[in-house]
Design a protein around this ligand. Structure first.
Ligand SMILES: NC(=O)c1ccc[n+]([C@@H]2O[C@H](COP(=O)([O-])OP(=O)(O)OC[C@H]3O[C@@H](n4cnc5c(N)ncnc54)[C@H](OP(=O)(O)O)[C@@H]3O)[C@@H](O)[C@H]2O)c1
Length: 455
């Protein structure tokens, strides 16, 4: 068996859907000590793991799911905010919607002027500002939330969950405009609750253009969700972004780093009561979990590859300077995501009041993230997670979790990496030593600034 490339290493310890009435789901990795959660049928699980493992390199990820572990602990229990909270900060949805219409006409005029030639679709109704109802009560405008990679998987499910709340205008920031439009339509998202804007994170020019387009739309920015990602577990050779960075780190980290830096001013300028910048993390980058210990492990080393430009020309394509490994590049990029969130928190939370957060949404075994995996893996991984490990989290459930981090009034603490326990209650999870190393975060920040042209 080759030990070269392994699977995504989702956390098979997962939680029931919010809508699910199952009392508890057994699980295993990133395990919370209070919940050892034994497998119901270890023999069947082992047999299934062996079957899947014999066909590709995900064996370790799958087999690891049977091992008991108490390597990751939650710090404190947190409110289990429902994603469908019908009032935000005491303001009712109906009031919000009324006020939205009042200002939308004015704003759409402005946008028609400014967005000529811009590849961005605008919605017919746009959020308004705080205003007074006839009764003199304060009302709250719709929040504007940008979700990158909202054309599929977690991003789409989150966009849908937020759109369904009726008090969010979701800007779906996607590389494939038509795919995103179709996805929104087939998800049943109402036109007045979303718009699609083009963003290709594999091009720094596109990221800058997106920020300009967004600004020209005249919308305030209240929440930014950096969700998009690519994963190349079976790639033998690296691929590169338009700027010559290895693709996984280029898209997942550097593209988002520039985007977040570009839009920080907009978040600061927003008058919304709770402004947030969320960067989606993953258990696979956390080596304090069993999943994170499946080879190849995330390891940024001394960042020498990043310092060299990650371009394979006189420098490595890997952050630590090692040989290219697609699975590791993805995990490294997730460590960067989690370090970046914390560095944002340290640098800007106090000054700006913006909440910076990351999360592990659970193992969403059905998403397009696994599209580059071999076909048999893609076929067997979801039922394996669902029926053997019970670690499966549906896209809908994961979307509700991320929507909570966007919208729930109880999840405003900054600098936190959120996870969910067996009862679907959110809690502050612990990051690995590397993913919480402030010196590494600072160095990563400085090198990333150079690579994206900010320093
Ligand atoms: N699936 C899991 O089990 C799991 C577990 C932990 C964390 N996560 C995290 O969840 C997030 C979403 O992943 P997912 O599972 O939902 O995967 P997914 O379905 O493949 O979604 C990824 C999204 O990113 C977009 N994207 C890729 N390259 C892009 C680029 N250059 N510019 C703009 N957008 C780009 C994709 O666009 P297209 O539709 O055009 O391809 C897609 O919308 C990722 O951050 C991932 O690390 C996932």
């Amino acid at each position: 068996m080759s030990h070269k490339k392994y699977g995504h290493g989702c956390n098979p310890k997962e939680e029931p859907s919010l809508a699910d009435s199952a009392p508890s789901w057994p699980g295993f990795y990133h395990l919370i000590p209070s919940n050892p959660a034994p497998l119901q049928n270890p023999a069947a699980a082992a047999a299934a793991a062996a079957t899947i493992g014999s066909m590709n390199s995900s064996t370790m990820a799958l087999q690891a799911s049977f091992l008991p572990s108490a390597l990751s602990a939650h710090k404190e229990g947190k409110a289990n905010g429902g994603a469908k909270d019908s009032a935000f900060l005491g303001v009712s949805l109906s009031e919000s919607i009324k006020s939205d219409f009042s200002s939308s006409v004015l704003r759409s005029h402005k946008r028609n002027h400014l967005s000529a030639g811009i590849r961005a679709q605008t919605a017919t109704t746009t959020p308004g500002v705080k205003s007074s109802s006839p009764e003199g009560k304060k009302t709250l405008r719709k929040g504007n939330v940008i979700v990158t990679g909202a054309s599929s998987g977690l991003g789409l499910a989150t966009a849908k969950a937020l759109a369904e709340m009726g008090r969010w205008n979701v800007i779906m920031a996607c590389r494939d405009f038509l795919k995103a439009e179709k996805a929104a339509k087939s998800a049943g998202m109402a036109k007045e609750n979303y718009q699609v804007m083009h963003l290709d994170l594999a091009s720094l020019d596109s990221v800058r253009q997106f920020a300009r387009n967004f600004r020209q739309s005249g919308l305030p920015l209240d929440v930014l969700v950096c969700n998009a990602a690519v994963y190349f577990p079976t790639a033998k050779e690296p691929t590169y972004t338009a700027d010559g960075f290895e693709m996984s780190v280029g898209v997942n980290h550097l593209g988002h780093f520039l985007l977040a830096r570009e839009l920080l001013e907009d978040l600061k300028a927003s008058d919304y009561p709770s402004r947030r910048l969320i960067i989606v993390g993953s258990i696979t980058g956390n080596t304090n979990t069993l999943a994170g210990n499946i080879p190849p492990k995330a390891n940024l080393g001394d960042l020498r590859g990043l310092a060299g430009g990650l371009n394979g020309l006189g420098s490595s394509t890997m952050i630590d300077g090692g040989e290219f490994d697609g699975a590791k590049a993805y995990k490294d990029s997730k460590v960067c995501n989690m370090l970046t969130m914390q560095e944002f928190h340290r640098r800007y939370h106090e000054e700006t009041g913006v909440t910076f957060a990351s999360l592990y949404p659970g193992c969403i075994a059905t998403t397009g993230l696994f599209r580059e995996h071999v076909a048999l893996f893609r076929l067997l991984f979801p039922p394996f997670q669902k029926y053997i490990t019970k670690g499966f989290v549906s896209e809908e459930e994961a979307g509700k979790r991320l929507a909570q981090v966007v919208s729930n009034p109880s999840l405003t603490k900054s600098g936190v990496y959120w996870s969910w326990n067996n009862n679907s209650a959110s809690f502050e999870n612990q990051l690995s030593e590397e993913a919480s190393d402030p010196e590494k975060a600072q160095r990563l920040w400085q090198l990333s600034e150079k690579l994206v042209g900010l320093a």
